[in-house]
Design a protein around this ligand. Sequence first.
Ligand code: ZN
Length: 147
Amino acid sequence: MARDARTRAVAPFSGFRVGAALETADGTVITGCNIENASYGLTMCAERVAVFKAVSDGHRHFKRIAVVADTPVPTPPCGACRQILWEHTGDIQVILANLERETGRYQMTRLLPVAFDADVLSSSSRGLSERRVSSVTRPPSRRKRTP
Ligand SMILES: [Zn+2]
């Protein structure tokens, strides 16, 4: 499904087309593709498109994400996507592939060690109160880490 999503990428500037397929805990798959913009900084990666689509549809628990690009070497999520994936999906598996085969497989904790997240804010003396972070901000998937 990530390969199919890649065909819908809007990449007129870089020509670098990426597709992503995010699987929820209940097996639903939400796809995303990169969408470039003439104001380059507004470009959105396939991984973040998939996460935002899923979250906006009410999904909160995830298993894994597949990311496909036409490269012989693994194309891992960029730093911004790692932060968004960690915040909204927790320690899921990230499967990297090109048009023919899988090129890599990682847990989010390996891709983003020592992450900045709601736990850091709650430990700050100037941050949000623990109660507020626990009940409002922290994604459900973070409370129950997968082994
Ligand atoms: Zn990215």
